[in-house]
Design a protein around this ligand. Structure first.
Ligand code: HEM
Length: 496
């Protein structure tokens, strides 16, 4: 079957270094950050040309970098599905949740979720929810500033996104220190390994106990979210309306109610709840971590973000304007450019794959038999010189701004696949964007962050590379320890 993958009647090229029997296994057995670099190196060598990879015991696979091929894949959601290859590896963690579902099971969870991401919900998130939680973040930063101690920004952001998601999605007080959080972290690393190690079943037969315990912890947390919601609905005789700041009914609907209204099987609701939680909190916390990492090493960009906040703010009371209107891309183009640029270099979902359910031909003429696994790496596409030009490795937010209007430009989801595209595009993109614009603006306004080792920008404005940890997403290995200093309530920036 492997030999039937063809382009113009010929076999596809193999990446340099492919071995006769082991194929490309050697790269897949390395830590994930090395695999990411390998994907990028291959893209640099072959450009948009689709190539075949092989790992013993795994189904035939290809890697695509051409945006036209990715468009074909993402738009043909019925042909390219998650499939058994993905599900077999992630079923115990994600169960029947949206991340792991195809067909009707996927459709129903997507429809239920849509209600939760309306514009009015996002406005409430920015205008009412975030101001409450960011105050606690600030208390922790103030304490670190006062004591002149380091603080881990990755942990800080994970705490923030856990609390936000807990409140708005489930009407629960969640924190990053709860056992499910650590368990999920561990499980995500171990499940990520399953996609790289063809011998994962043997490994887990001997050493899988910790993973099994972690999955059990995550599952029981999912079940507890559902039982708490059912209890609330019984007590209040109807869906809850989350109140946060003393105002009544500030959120029209929370996610768990939308899921309970649409799905009768409570086990599936529990899986869906955990899937939405992991899709939302980890990715967003990691994107903020990498963004602040880039900003710390590019002080000029941080300064321009501050100028943008100052321009639209009321300096009379020295408070930045971070209202829902102010955090839209039209009001905060440079802040969003910084966020996009960080996502381009550090995409929270760095590798993706789909399985082909029927014979199909890609726009570049590659013929795929049924069962082929197609991989693409937003990590490698984000660093592609064919897409981004010769300075693809450089952190340069202005590439996202139109030269004359200085407004944000858009890239298609197929060139910039950080949020996926087509019918399965990320549901939470807008939520992540407004949350990021709010957090970046608010924290930069009040604090100056520095690298505790004192290393700053290199000549090109490219931060010294930090590694990501093995995971399904992109946590920064070792967190992001920083030093922090209060800016004195925007005084530095409101002098007029
Ligand atoms: C910077 C932050 C984020 C990034 C980079 C991101 C990226 C992605 C990507 C790449 C996918 C496709 C994954 C796949 O192939 O299965 C996805 C799907 C999804 N994301 Fe996000 N995401 C982010 C934030 C969020 C947030 C805040 C939420 C919700 C609270 C969310 C909810 C979802 C859901 C529900 C899906 C599944 C969509 C489907 O399969 O139909 N995401 N996201």
């Amino acid at each position: 079957q492997r030999s039937s993958i063809r382009r113009n009647g010929h076999r596809l090229p193999r990446p340099p270094g492919t071995l006769p029997l082991a194929g490309n296994a050697i790269w897949f057995l390395q830590p994930r950050h090395k695999l990411l670099s390998w994907f990028s190196e291959c893209e640099r060598k072959v450009g948009f040309s689709t190539f075949e990879i092989s790992v013993p015991s795994l189904p035939p696979g290809i890697v695509i970098n051409d945006p036209a091929n990715l468009e074909h894949l993402l738009k043909n959601n019925d042909i390219f599905i998650k499939g058994d290859f993905f599900k077999l590896r992630s079923r115990d963690l994600f169960g029947h949740g949206i991340i792991n579902a195809d067909g009707e099971l996927w459709r129903i969870q997507r429809k239920a979720g849509l209600r939760f991401f309306s514009n009015s919900q996002l406005k409430t998130l920015v205008d009412d929810v975030l101001p409450v939680f960011i105050k606690d973040t600030q208390k922790n930063l103030d304490a670190a500033a006062l004591a002149s101690t380091q603080i881990d920004l990755q942990k800080t952001f994970l705490e923030l996104t856990t609390r936000v998601m807990g409140k708005v999605a489930y009407d629960l007080d969640m924190t990053e220190s709860m056992p499910f959080s650590k368990a999920f972290d561990f499980a995500s690393g171990a499940i990520g390994d399953r996609f790289q190690n063809p011998f994962w079943k043997i490994k887990e037969f001997f050493f899988g106990n910790v993973l099994r315990k972690a999955v059990k912890e995550v599952k029981s947390f999912g079940a507890s979210i559902v039982s708490a919601a059912i209890q609330r609905r019984t007590d209040r005789q109807g869906p809850t309306k989350v109140s946060l700041t003393g105002k009544q009914s500030i959120l029209q609907a929370n996610l768990i109610d939308a899921l309970l209204d649409n799905i009768t099987d409570h086990h599936i609701v529990a899986d869906a709840a955990m899937n939405y939680l992991s899709a939302g909190r980890d990715t967003t916390a990691q994107s903020l971590t990498w963004t602040f990492y880039c900003l710390i090493h590019n002080p000029a960009a941080a300064h321009r973000v501050l100028s943008e906040v100052r321009e639209r703010s009321h300096c009379a009371n020295r408070e930045p304007d971070l209202s829902f209107a102010a955090v839209q891309p039209t009001s905060s183009p440079f802040t969003m450019a910084v966020f996009n640029e960080s996502l381009r270099l550090y995409p929270p979902v760095p590798i993706e794959l789909k399985e082909c359910t029927a014979e199909t031909v890609f726009p570049d003429g590659t013929f795929l038999p049924r069962g082929t696994v197609v991989m693409w790496a937003p990590w490698a596409m984000g660093r592609s010189k064919s897409i981004w030009g010769d300075d693809a490795d450089t952190f340069r937010p202005t590439r996202w701004l139109d030269i004359s209007s200085q407004q944000l430009i858009t890239k298609s989801a197929f060139e910039f696949p950080v949020f996926n595209g087509g019918p399965r595009a990320c549901l939470g993109r807008k939520m992540a964007e407004v949350l990021a614009a709010y957090v970046i603006g608010s924290l930069l306004w009040d604090y100056e962050f520095t690298d505790p080792d004192g290393t700053s920008v290199d000549n090109l404005g490219t931060p010294a590379e930090r590694r990501s940890q093995n995971s399904l997403t992109l946590p920064m290995e070792g967190g992001l320890p920083v030093r922090v200093r209060r800016r004195n309530l925007g005084q530095d920036y409101c002098t007029s």
